[in-house]
Design a protein. Structure first.
Length: 165
């Protein structure tokens, strides 16, 4: 991930590289920059055509990084819900936009913090519930089953702890 242009820390860094590429007229290279950073190809075209003064804003750079990381990690299910929460936080918080774009932070680290918290705070599922499942009941064969998913307030705190500290 980020092999061609590197993990660019800020929207300004992306825009600087985009400006250098635009000066050469290499639209394919600009599209490659966009692809690597999760930015819409149409933005590359608009930037190259002069419709946009800059390729990205801090928000679009952060959302693009999340899009690229999510694809790289092949996330699904509840993990995509967690990324959506992070996206929403970026929309509402400029500091979070900058933090998400930072090369020292990555989506895998944030999700790992959530998973670790969920594991540490898991709770035992009542046998009455387990008995009503098909697959879990069969797999566990009478053994205890526990699950752990951080609640929304905990996820928000972990998000801030991971990205903003």
């Amino acid at each position: 991930m980020f092999e061609r242009f590197g993990n660019l820390d800020t929207a300004d860094a992306i825009n600087k590289v985009a400006e250098e590429i635009k000066a050469t007229g290499d639209e394919e290279k600009l599209k490659a920059l966009c692809e690597e950073n999760g930015i819409d190809q149409e933005d590359a075209e608009d930037y190259m055509d002069g419709v946009l003064d800059e390729l990205v804003t801090p928000l679009s750079a952060a959302l693009g990084k999340l899009r690229a990381e999510e694809a790289y990690l092949k996330l699904g299910g509840i993990l995509t819900d967690w990324v959506d929460e992070l996206r929403n936080e970026c929309i509402n918080d400029e500091k979070m936009q900058q933090a998400v774009r930072s090369s020292s932070k990555e989506l895998a680290g944030y999700i790992a913090a959530l998973a670790e918290n969920g594991y540490e705070n898991r709770c035992v599922v009542s046998p009455a519930i387990v008995k009503q499942t098909k697959t879990i009941n069969k797999l566990l064969n009478g053994h205890e089953f526990s699950i752990g998913v951080p609640d929304k307030a905990t996820r928000l705190q972990l998000m801030k702890d991971y990205y903003l500290s």
